[in-house]
Design a protein around this ligand. Structure first.
Ligand code: ZN
Length: 93
């Protein structure tokens, strides 16, 4: 099963779930397609136990975000900012 191809239960838009690289056990929910105005960077990580690639994400702010933009980094938008559903997502950030 891939966690990268799923749909938002609230609005039905395709989304990606990435593990948070800054908060253990945390998850980030981002829009499926990259966005010029995005703030979340992909952080591909090799799981030392399974030797499989796991996708982490990191929300950037301030100078980190400016540096990523200057580098032409592919960034994604937090789905909570674009979700058309009514319910708030509890598992993101
Ligand atoms: Zn949604």
């Amino acid at each position: 099963m891939s966690v990268n191809a799923t749909k938002c239960k609230t609005c039905g838009q395709p989304i990606r779930w990435w593990r948070s690289s800054v908060r253990e056990g945390g998850w980030l929910c981002v829009d499926y397609s990259p966005d010029d105005a995005g703030t979340v960077k992909r952080v591909p990580t090799l799981d030392p136990a399974t030797r499989k690639r796991v996708m982490y994400g990191r929300a950037l702010t301030g100078t980190d975000l400016a540096a990523a933009l200057a580098d032409g980094e592919l960034l994604f938008t937090l789905h909570s900012r674009t979700c058309h559903g009514k319910k708030a997502h509890s598992a993101e950030q």
